[in-house]
Ligand binder design. Structure first.
Ligand SMILES: [Ca+2]
Ligand SMILES: [Ca+2]
Ligand SMILES: [Ca+2]
Length: 337
């Protein structure tokens, strides 16, 4: 047991009590009552993918704020905003261990190392990595970001059912490095559910509440960050740290969040951390016009870092043990004095 100054004890005890008493976030698509703490990233650009002014069945897509928390070996993420019910994608890339891909590789069906992930249901259309890695250039992250894992979240009506879907992928994970979960829940009648297991060792919990009609507006200019910070609903995820490579205490998990279209071939201007305004959708021709098969992004060429980060902290049980040991030690020192 290392010597711990008495002056640190109140800090340790407050840390223990606040985390233990607050408990883990409730995965329901809102951050209300969850004690996520300060934002990890606030949107900087208005949305080029439409503003939701209608409610849960509206057609907007926006990322307002990213929040995160680590509790009980699980990473909890809350991304406030909206996702259109047409299977537009919220894509999360995680840099949570050494190694990984700063430039995305294609998938195993095309001679690469990445699993085939979320291929379009139409014909022989390839999956996300094959598109992002090839057209018109290989997608690249900011300097120092090497992607290790990815999640794709989306919802829509198939013609017969309403589904909220999740894909989990191990970047560089080969043929078996991904699992797809279709219809984790029906977002028109529920706001949370959990995947089973596969390439991921533990179920991934997801929550979704599309009721936001405020937050940022449509456009390409600077986002109203006060309005963004006021949004409480959106997409919420809980994923085991084991399925992010078991990052060590004290290490940092970096996350790039972005919204893409339903076919992974028209990247929006909604990233967290955000792009620098004025900024149109990356998949456009620069004027907001659709460019077929322009599917990639190069974040190293765009100002600022398009990722946010969260530090892996000790478990509350470890903190409590530390505090108890420190208290016992101080009691012993007092008796000896
Ligand atoms: Ca990495
Ligand atoms: Ca809005
Ligand atoms: Ca950048």
């Amino acid at each position: 047991m290392p010597y711990i100054s008495k002056s640190f004890l109140p800090i340790i005890i407050i840390l223990c009590c606040s985390r233990v008493l607050c408990g883990a976030p409730l995965i329901d698509g809102t951050r209300s009552g969850d004690s996520y703490g300060a934002p990890l990233a606030v949107q900087t650009v208005q949305t080029g993918f439409g503003d939701n002014t209608f409610g849960p069945t509206g057609t907007g897509n926006e990322l307002d704020v990213a929040y995160g928390r680590i509790e009980g070996g699980t990473l909890y993420l809350m991304l406030t905003g909206n996702l259109q019910d047409n299977f537009n994608k919220l894509v999360l890339f995680f840099d949570s261990k050494s190694g990984g891909q700063n430039t995305l590789d294609t998938d195993t069906a095309n001679g690469g190392t990445n699993p085939v992930v979320d291929p379009s249901p139409f014909g022989s259309d390839p999956g996300m990595f094959a598109k992002m890695a090839t057209s018109p250039f290989p997608s690249k992250f900011d300097s120092g970001f090497t992607a290790d894992y990815a999640l794709i979240l989306r919802h829509g009506f198939t013609g017969s059912v309403n589904r909220f879907d999740v894909d989990y992928a191990i970047v560089g994970g080969g043929v078996t490095g991904a699992s797809q979960y279709l219809g984790v829940f029906d977002p028109t009648s529920a706001n949370s559910g959990a995947t089973s297991t596969g390439a991921n060792s533990a179920p991934i919990s997801v929550g979704f509440n599309n009721s936001n009609i405020a937050g940022i507006d449509a456009g390409t200019g600077p986002a109203d960050q006060t309005a963004a910070a006021a949004v409480t609903s959106g997409v919420e995820v809980a994923i085991s740290l084991a399925d992010l490579g078991s990052p060590a205490i004290g290490s940092t998990i970096k996350i790039t969040a972005l919204i893409n279209n339903s076919n992974h071939d028209y990247v929006s201007n909604q990233f967290l951390s955000g792009l620098t305004p004025p900024q149109n959708n990356l998949g456009s021709d620069g004027f907001g016009n659709f460019e077929q098969n322009k599917t990639s992004f190069d974040l190293s060429l765009l100002a600022g870092n398009q990722y946010f980060q969260i530090t892996v902290i000790p478990e509350p049980s470890s903190l409590l043990l530390l505090a108890a040991s420190a208290l016992a030690l101080i009691g012993r020192r007092r008796r000896l004095a």
